[in-house]
Write a protein that binds this ligand. Sequence first.
Ligand SMILES: Cc1cc2nc3c(=O)[nH]c(=O)nc-3n(C[C@H](O)[C@H](O)[C@H](O)COP(=O)(O)OP(=O)(O)OC[C@H]3O[C@@H](n4cnc5c(N)ncnc54)[C@H](O)[C@@H]3O)c2cc1C
Length: 493
Amino acid sequence: MVQRLATVAALLLPFTSGFLLPSSPLPRVPSYRSASTRTLSMQYGSLREKPLKVIIAGGGIGGLVLANALQRHGIEYDLYEKTREYRPFGGPIQVQSNALAALEAINKDMTERIMAAGTTTGNRVNGLKDGVTNKWYCQFDTGAPAQKRGLPLTRVVDRPDLQSILLEYMDRSRLHTGVEVAEYTQLADGAVDVTLTNGERVQGDVLVGADGIWSNIRGQMHSESPGKESATYSGYTCFTGVCLARPHDVKEVAYKVYLASEKYFVCSDVGKGRMQWYAMLGQPPGKKVPDGVQGAHLIKEYQGWSREVLELLEMTKEEDINQRDLYDRPPLLLKGWAKGPVAVLGDAAHPMMPNLGQGGCQAVEDGYRLAQELSKITDRGDVAWALRMYENQRLVRSSAVHGLARIASDVLFQSKLLFSNPVIGSFVGLMMTISMPLILEFLYQNVLDESDWGNAKGRLSNMAAYEDQSNTYKSVREAQQALATKERQLQPN
Ligand SMILES: Cc1cc2nc3c(=O)[nH]c(=O)nc-3n(C[C@H](O)[C@H](O)[C@H](O)COP(=O)(O)OP(=O)(O)OC[C@H]3O[C@@H](n4cnc5c(N)ncnc54)[C@H](O)[C@@H]3O)c2cc1C
């Protein structure tokens, strides 16, 4: 129920926060400090004498981006990542135009490397199809809203490539792997004392929980269990796979979502002659299909579906398939993301459904914003204030994205109901065709500070021109026309 209410509220948020208000959606906290914080900061010292030190729990996309963003401002950090080795789930990931803009502000060279490692999808058609008849319901143009703002087009990048580039640019001596953050205590002087599971204790001015959906830090901050009992099961289990395949329309189409009742199938070109797919099955949580038979299970589940779907399943090796139940959590609209010197970021703050491909992109925006706010303070007594500023600028926007991803998931779940009647189906398709550009306008709005935006605009426009040469279409409209011609030729007479 709470999730549904949050979803409805969040649906309205883009139209209030994105279009009617400037990039900072909530009123700014007044820039004064109370007498008690002033006294505290006098005790604790100014940042000129001893630089700020941030402890980051979690080295996923969010934690790594934050490390790079802090480094840009000369803020000290230590990043603790519980795994010894990075074992990515889900293969390649969409790094959308909004995230590329924030990354570019953090480090231009790093972003160029990320862009060069990726495959451009923003200059091709994306859209929804009937999973059985293969008929298009609607097509989207993700390129036009990005180009309108002079942003680079969305790329798909292999997660290990993205992570290794982010790791390469951070100070590796500050990365501690195989170490888990267990809990924290706020000290009397405003600092934070962090206990690691190896028994060690470390202290810093700020602790950032970038520790994902099962975040210990969020759990402690809001006295909630970090486990499944406090999360919301989406209704779906998700199988992911990557295979070598070149569909006939790969030059014109980047990703397609195939719909039918209580299951759907998403596939995307991910470059190097590979296609990535997600098979979403509506079922109760915890029903794990044994390794080794997942491909066969899916081929059975998708019997009678479009050959385009079945071919990808048939071409995927068993060892390249993974399964995971999908959970999210309601936005922390009332509870907030920051308390004293502690804040949460990325999935720890806003775990969302993957339908919009924005979970990681929002974590990138979080990392940029948090570092910006910390860089503006000159005194330790202002740490809590900076974290509140970060929360103010991020919470509404990311909650709106979270809500939209939830709604997309719910609509897809009910797709048979919505699309089985041709009249209702055409209407829903039309609504999606109309609403998607508005959603993209909101997603790709500028979240950078004025100075960064001013500096980045020219460079970003140049980067928008620097696109994947293997793709010959100058715009999605051009790709759309070529696709229509191709599909007409393929139709049986
Ligand atoms: C199927 C699927 C497809 C997706 N596709 C996209 C996409 O195309 N684009 C996109 O932007 N997003 C996508 N997402 C979402 C994206 O993967 C997440 O939003 C993103 O990974 C969140 O990053 P994070 O750093 O916040 O959390 P995580 O990636 O979960 O990282 C958290 C890290 O913290 C570590 N950790 C956990 N607890 C502790 C602790 N106590 N101490 C120390 N370390 C700890 C973990 O080991 C992990 O490395 C997708 C998600 C799924 C499931």
